[in-house]
Design a protein. Structure first.
Length: 167
């Protein structure tokens, strides 16, 4: 199973369309909020859309839980858990829903944290990233052997970083 996960598009539709077109072999696409694009666009592309905190965001729900390949995944924007101040509140929610993996945006910073046996991952931002990385998105691959997190440059699709966790 392969999933495209992105966040914080903030109306940068041109870059997002390029990312989608260059990742047409994914099984799922998830927006972690703040696309500020119309719901018709998100529905047309079968994007699971999480609501962010931007005033014109067309997300559909505050969080979403999926079961894939024996893993429970939590998707949220992160602002309700104050992730800019740390991931502790989000980690408590991860425990509540018994998720193995959690994905969040809001900070505009790509990150990967392991807390006990749970992983909290931020794909970075499609628009106006903070920190040293260019605009990024994440490809999540889950198979019987491993979970693979691959961050890519949203402008040229180049692989930036990959983390593999063996099952």
């Amino acid at each position: 199973m392969k999933m495209l996960i992105f966040s914080d598009v903030h109306r940068n539709k041109k870059v997002l369309v390029n990312v989608i077109e260059n990742n047409d072999q994914v099984d799922y696409m998830v927006s972690l909020g703040d696309t500020e694009l119309k719901s018709a666009f998100l529905e047309k592309h079968d994007i699971i859309a999480i609501r962010g905190n931007a005033p014109f965001d067309a997300g559909f729900t505050d969080e979403h839980v999926m079961h894939i390949e024996g893993k429970r995944l939590l998707f949220t924007h992160g602002h309700r858990f104050r992730v800019q101040q740390g991931i502790e509140r989000l980690y408590y929610r991860v425990q509540e829903v018994e998720a193995h993996l959690a994905f969040y945006g809001h900070t505009h910073v790509a990150s990967f944290d392991k807390v006990e046996e749970r992983y909290l991952v931020n794909p970075g931002a499609i628009h106006k990233p903070r920190g040293t990385l260019p605009p990024t998105y994440l490809i999540l691959t889950i198979n019987k052997d491993a979970v693979i997190f691959s961050w890519h440059d949203a402008e040229n699709q180049a692989l930036i970083k990959e983390i593999r966790i063996d099952n």
